[in-house]
Write a new protein. Structure first.
Length: 237
């Protein structure tokens, strides 16, 4: 057996349990990150984050094994090994998985935090696969802490919130002006407006994208608009 193969065989035997430990650590850390998403009912939860971290760890181990096996090759050989390519492809590939977790519902975009968690889970798996145990554990702790504690602080912040408001009313050119003045007086800012007129049904539908700082008070807004003269239906989401 060539010297290089002897070296590879000895490395496999020596690091067998170490590699298994890396995989287990990646699965545990990824599962911890996914558990928080699971209890909040997100589509990408415990199993998804665990598998992402585990898969990223395995791919990093494969990349490391390629380097150990073929590190004797020189620049003059026809085959060249670049272990960094595997890591780059993991980062690129996880973006497609994260995009599947993002949902656009009207003016609201949901799933961005879950997509970011999947990206972080992949990074944790990569760190565990390369033997960077302390950074992997530290990032997991910081990520879980961010999801659990900063969410409460975020809710207390006075920030601008967006919503979609749909008002169906009688055909009257004055109603739109009245609605805009009514929303402005209530502290609502009109971001976007679209109109759809149905002459057969004798009604007009206004689709507003509105924003407001602080609480939405959506129930009160719907009740007040529904009481306006000429209004048939109101929808707030």
């Amino acid at each position: 057996m060539p010297p290089s193969m002897d070296f590879v065989a000895s490395e496999i035997i020596h690091f067998d349990y170490s590699l298994l430990g890396r995989l287990v650590l990646a699965a545990v850390l990824g599962g911890m990150l996914g558990f928080e998403r699971e209890i909040h009912g997100r589509p990408a939860g415990f199993r998804t984050h665990l598998l992402v971290a585990l898969g990223a760890c395995l791919m990093m181990l494969i990349s490391e094994f390629f380097y150990v096996k073929y590190n004797h090759l020189t620049s003059s050989d026809p085959v060249r090994i670049d272990p960094g390519r595997v890591a780059a492809q993991i980062v690129t590939g996880i973006g497609f998985l994260g995009a599947g977790a993002i949902i656009k519902d009207g003016s609201a975009v949901r799933g961005l935090t879950t997509a970011a968690c999947l990206w972080v889970a992949a990074g944790i798996g990569m760190a565990a696969g390369m033997g960077l145990y302390v950074p992997a554990v530290a990032v997991t702790g910081m990520a879980v802490g961010t999801l659990m504690f900063l969410k409460r602080a975020e809710k207390r912040m006075a920030k601008e919130r967006y919503a979609a408001l749909t008002v169906t009313c009688n055909v009257d050119p004055e109603i739109r002006k009245f609605l805009e003045e009514f929303l402005g007086a209530g502290g609502w800012r009109l971001v976007e407006t679209s109109v759809e007129k149905d002459m057969v049904a004798g009604e007009v539908r206004y689709d507003f994208v509105v924003s407001r700082y602080g609480g939405m008070a959506s129930g009160q807004l719907v009740d007040e608009i529904a009481e306006l003269q000429g209004v048939r239906k109101v929808r707030f989401r």
